[in-house]
Design a binder for this molecule. Structure first.
Ligand SMILES: Cc1cc2nc3c(=O)[nH]c(=O)nc-3n(C[C@H](O)[C@H](O)[C@H](O)COP(=O)(O)O)c2cc1C
Length: 238
């Protein structure tokens, strides 16, 4: 039997270890205090470094934070900005309907940042109901090189997901964290502190640590219809 035929037989009846990691990964929002070993972080970074990127331009810079005080300071700075946003544009608070026009204007200017999900989450973060890095002992900040070929955000996303999957394959937990952007976008302090200037811009960050409990498991996803063209015909598969 040819090698590829053996593989077809095998994977018809079982999932690959990589598929298992992809399907079982969940965002982890509760971590043990215990730090993860340095070698694990280096292996995670290596997985990011080996990500594909347009023109192999590797438009990223990773910064690792392992000091709880620094992670807390960055958290506090972000919470402060969330509180400011809340006080300016959260029109859902009783008696604050007058904020609606300002909220609408901002939503129009930044439709992705102020989509209903982050709009709601900003309030939760401001009120301390949603953590930023969820108590993770290690945080990886991902900065994009804006000069990257084509779409550096996409490349950073691919590198980040490589890191996430590598971490989960080692039994670690991770959570993507978008909101730390606020500290880098609306203050100069954090860019200065980490020596971030052109061509780098905050892309996203990852909380990494030992998960509390066993959060892994399938999480529901929409079944998007896929248009499938073959043998001169189109079919729709799910
Ligand atoms: C780019 C990006 C940014 C995210 N930002 C946050 C965040 O700031 N805080 C958070 O708790 N989860 C964040 N998430 C996690 C998503 O909420 C989560 O991936 C989604 O709800 C699906 O759940 P799952 O990861 O458990 O499958 C982010 C995810 C991505 C991909």
């Amino acid at each position: 039997m040819a090698d590829h035929e053996k593989l077809i037989n095998q994977w018809q009846s079982e999932r690959t270890p990589t598929e298992d990691v992809i399907l079982k990964r969940r965002s982890v929002r509760m971590y043990k205090k215990e730090q993860i070993p340095e070698f694990m972080v280096k292996r995670i970074l290596e997985a990011g470094r080996f990500a594909p990127s347009a023109g192999n331009c590797q438009p990223w810079k990773f910064i690792v934070l392992r000091d709880p005080e620094v992670i807390q300071e960055l958290t506090d700075a972000t919470v402060k900005i969330c509180k400011l946003f809340k006080s300016l544009i959260d029109y859902r608070v009783p008696g604050k309907k007058w904020r609606l026009p300002l909220a609408k204007f901002n939503i129009r200017m930044k439709p992705n940042d102020l989509h209903p999900v982050p709009f709601g989450a900003v309030t939760f973060i401001a009120d301390g109901k949603l953590g930023l890095f969820h108590g993770a002992p290690t945080v990886i900040l991902i900065f994009k090189d804006v000069r990257g070929v084509s779409n550096p955000d996409l490349d950073c996303g691919i590198a980040g997901q490589n890191m996430v999957l590598a971490a989960h394959s080692m039994g670690l937990g991770t959570c993507w964290v978008g909101f730390a952007k606020l500290a880098f976008q609306y203050t100069g302090k954090w860019k200065k502190r980490f020596g971030i200037s052109y061509p780098y811009k905050y892309a996203a960050s990852l909380a990494v640590g030992w998960p509390v409990g066993e959060p892994d498991g399938m999480t529901p996803r929409q079944t998007h219809a896929v248009d499938w063209y073959e043998n001169g015909a189109k079919k729709v598969v799910y």
